[in-house]
Design a protein around this ligand. Structure first.
Ligand code: PAF
Length: 284
């Protein structure tokens, strides 16, 4: 069963009518199998899953793609319905506000900022982006009061920001960050992939290939890090990289001398489209 709700008041009263704990998947729509993998994970634990579809204006910069971000509500709902059919007895409540004022009423002046983490990497290139993400996710959490919320690891830094927000505000919500889904070429699934021309699609292969190459040089051993960094420097002579960085997997600190878990984060830009990807590695 799929029920669609467009108003916060209706969402809140629906939530109040439920006694059980629920799972939640916040999205901006234009769903792909990455999103559906989150839904399926939630179904393993919850009878009722809330799913939001909202293109959040607060997380887009002035020159970004807010206006042209793909809005495909009907096909998103069809995809969710087809997925739910495979799970008899489960229900999905889709919250798809038509008006951003539902979430950000005029006069409200809230901003949640996870300082520090939000200014690194993506945050340095997109100032204010993670404040916009944290603020909308906080609002949604407040409406939905989930026991667990699910996110994709493609937006690795977003996962860390949200985990930190939940920890700092002591919200009783478990954050699950689930593996990146890829197409057959290795490209991480993203709604923005559809902006790519056939030629750019071809070029995009370089991103996941480069990440795999560096991780295989590291091969789980700290002694290989110098060699890996040399390879990263060679790769970065290609000006399409916004960044390619090896960081501590928990703090995103550049100082990795004592880190056991690392994350290699890359953003490769083709035209106006920035493709994000990352891989984690443990080192001894
Ligand atoms: O990852 C996304 O799609 C968005 O950043 C999120 C978490 C739904 C907040 O708008």
């Amino acid at each position: 069963v799929v029920k669609t709700i467009t108003e916060v008041s209706a969402l809140k009263s629906h939530r109040d009518s439920l006694k059980e704990s629920i799972g939640f998947i916040p999205t901006m729509g234009n769903l792909h199998s990455g999103h559906i993998s989150l839904l399926e994970a939630a179904f393993t634990e919850f009878q009722t899953v809330y799913f939001s579809i909202f293109v959040n204006p607060k997380q887009f910069g002035p020159n970004e793609d807010f206006a042209k971000y793909p809005r495909t509500l009907q096909s998103d709902l069809d995809l969710i319905s087809r997925s739910v059919e495979k799970y008899p007895g489960k229900q999905v409540i889709v919250f798809a506000p038509k008006d951003p004022a539902e979430i950000f009423p005029s006069g409200q002046d809230l901003k949640i900022s996870v300082t520090g983490l939000s200014t690194l990497l993506e945050g340095a290139i997109r100032p204010g982006h993670f404040d916009g993400v944290a603020t909308v996710v906080y609002r949604l959490f407040d409406f939905v009061r989930p026991a667990k919320a699910y996110f994709g690891l493609k937006d690795y830094q977003q996962c860390l920001v949200i985990k930190q927000m939940v920890k700092d505000l002591t919200l009783p919500i478990e954050i699950k960050c689930l593996p990146i889904m890829r197409d057959s070429t290795g490209l991480a699934l993203s709604s923005r992939n559809q902006y790519l021309s056939p030629e750019q699609k071809e070029q995009s292969l370089l991103l996941s290939r480069a990440l795999r190459e560096v991780i295989s040089i590291i091969d789980g051993s700290r002694t290989n890090l110098t060699k890996a960094k040399k390879q990263m420097d060679d790769l970065k002579t290609d000006k399409n990289w916004n960044y390619l960085e090896l960081r501590d997997a928990d703090s995103l600190s550049e100082n990795i001398s004592n880190s056991q878990r690392l994350v290699l984060l890359g953003v490769y830009q083709l035209g106006a489209t920035r493709l994000l990807d990352n891989l984690q590695v443990e080192v001894k």
